[in-house]
Design a protein. Structure first.
Length: 397
C-alpha cells in the first residue's frame, strides 16, 4: 500500500464535478468508496466506486467512516469542509497522515460575492446545527452577517427570532442552492420571512436594522439582561471582577456559586474561544443560569448543580476561578492546591468571609480591594446617596 492518505475529504458545491479541481477529480476516480450525504452523492457521476450515504445524525457516520481505514475513501462535504463543516470533526479523530483535503468555495465566499460584502467585516455563523440564539450578541443596527441555516423552515424561524427581538426591519437576502443550477436569491424583511417557502441548502445574508436592544460590548452589562432572584453580582462589581479575572483566549473558567450566571456569561462574551463551568448548589438557580446563557447567545457554559468543593471533582481544569458565594476555608484550601496555579478572584460581603480573604492575602499575596458603592435614591422630595454593602475582592494573578 502507498504512503498516500487513505481518506480524501472533498468540498463539493451545488455545481457538482464542474466546480472541482483536477486533484479532487483524480481522487474521485481512484476512490474505492465514496461516502457523503445523499444530496452530495447525487451530484457526482458514477465512477464504479461503492457509495455509502452518510447517516443522520452526522455523528453516527464517523465510526462507520473510520472502519473503512485501509481502503481508498473519499468523504464528500459542502464547500469548505473546515469552515463550519465536517472536516474539523473528522480531523480530530484521525492522525494527520491519514487524510488530505481539497476544499471548494465556501458558502460564505459565494454569498459575499453575491452581496458585494467584504468577508473580513462580515460575521459568518454556521447555524445549520446550532441555535439561532448565537446571533444574539451580534445583533446591532449596521452589522452584517451571513448565516448558514438548517433548512427552509429555519428561515422562517430566524425571521420570527429577529422580529421578537425588535430587529424585524432587517433586510434579509435568502440564497438557496448557491452556485448550482437551482440557485435562487430573494430579498425580504426579516419579519416577513414566514410568508415564503425556501429550499435547502440555504443561507441568509442579514443586514441588521431595527430598534431592538443591543448587547453592549463592555463587561458590566445592565442587571436587567439577566433573570435573577437577587443573587447576582451587580453591574459595577461585575466589571471589576471581569477585569481581575483577565480572560485570555482559550481559557476555561470555574464560576463557583453561579447565582444568575452573569460572571460566566460575560466571560464567554469576551471571546469565542473561551469556555466556562458554573457550579451552583440550588437547582432552580442552575436552571436560571442555563436559561440566561441561552438567551444571551452563549452555549459554551456548562452548568453543574452541587456544592463546591465536592462538585469540582472531575471537571475540566480551570485557568481562572471566580468565587461569588459559598467561600469557606475548605474551598479556599482546595483552590490553592489546584495544579497549574489558576488565577483566583473571590468577592466577599460578610465579615466572616472578608476575614478569610484578608488571611488569604497575607498568606498567598495577590491584590486586595475594597469597593464602596452608592446609588441615588429618593429622600422625600429630594435625592440622596444610598450606600450598598462594601465589597472586598481578593485576586491572585
Amino acid at each position: 500500500m502507498s504512503d498516500a492518505p487513505w481518506l480524501t475529504i472533498i468540498g463539493l458545491g451545488e455545481d457538482g464535478p464542474d466546480g472541482l479541481g483536477a486533484a479532487s477529480r483524480a481522487a474521485l476516480e481512484r476512490a474505492e468508496i465514496v461516502m457523503g450525504p445523499a444530496r452530495h452523492l447525487s451530484l457526482i457521476p458514477d465512477s464504479g466506486a461503492r457509495r455509502i450515504p452518510w447517516p443522520v445524525p452526522f455523528a453516527d457516520g464517523i465510526e462507520r467512516l473510520i472502519a473503512l481505514r485501509g481502503q481508498r475513501v473519499v468523504a464528500l462535504a459542502s464547500g469548505d469542509p473546515f469552515w463550519f463543516g465536517a472536516g474539523a470533526v473528522l480531523a480530530r479523530r484521525l492522525a494527520r497522515g491519514e487524510w488530505r483535503a481539497f476544499p471548494g468555495a465556501s458558502v460564505f465566499a459565494l454569498a459575499a460575492a453575491r452581496m458585494g460584502w467584504p468577508l473580513e467585516t462580515t460575521d459568518c455563523l454556521g447555524l445549520h446545527a446550532a441555535p439561532l440564539t448565537r446571533m444574539r450578541p451580534r445583533l446591532a443596527p449596521g452589522k452584517r452577517m451571513i448565516v448558514l441555516l438548517r433548512d427552509g423552515a429555519a428561515v422562517a424561524e430566524m425571521g420570527a427570532y429577529l422580529g421578537d427581538l425588535g430587529f424585524g426591519p432587517s433586510q434579509v437576502t435568502v440564497m438557496e442552492c448557491l452556485g448550482g443550477p437551482r440557485e435562487r436569491v430573494s430579498l425580504c424583511r426579516g419579519d416577513a420571512l414566514a410568508d415564503r417557502r425556501y429550499a435547502a441548502p440555504v443561507c441568509a445574508a442579514v443586514d441588521i436594522a431595527g430598534d431592538g436592544a443591543v448587547v453592549p460590548l463592555a463587561s458590566g452589562r445592565a442587571d436587567d439582561w439577566y433573570d435573577h432572584d437577587g443573587q447576582i453580582t451587580k453591574r459595577p462589581v461585575r466589571a471589576l471582577t471581569l477585569s481581575a479575572l483577565a480572560p485570555r483566549p482559550c481559557d476555561h473558567l470555574w464560576d463557583i456559586g453561579g447565582g444568575s450566571g452573569s460572571i460566566g456569561i460575560e466571560w464567554l462574551l469576551c471571546d469565542p474561544t473561551l469556555t466556562a463551568t458554573a457550579i451552583e448548589p440550588r437547582p432552580e438557580r442552575a436552571a436560571r443560569i442555563a436559561a440566561n446563557a441561552t438567551r444571551l447567545g452563549v452555549d459554551r457554559l456548562r452548568v453543574v448543580t452541587g456544592h463546591a468543593p465536592p462538585a469540582l471533582s472531575g471537571l475540566a481544569p480551570p485557568d481562572a476561578v471566580f468565587v461569588g458565594g459559598g467561600l469557606g476555608a475548605d474551598l479556599l484550601d482546595h483552590l490553592m492546591a489546584l495544579p497549574g496555579r489558576p488565577r483566583i478572584v473571590a468577592n466577599a460581603v460578610t465579615l466572616e468571609t472578608q476575614s478569610l480573604l484578608v488571611a488569604a492575602h497575607a498568606r498567598h499575596g495577590g491584590d486586595l480591594l475594597r469597593a464602596e458603592l452608592s446609588s441615588v435614591t429618593a429622600i422625600g422630595t429630594r435625592r440622596g446617596w444610598k450606600p450598598a454593602f462594601p465589597i472586598m475582592q481578593w485576586s491572585r494573578p
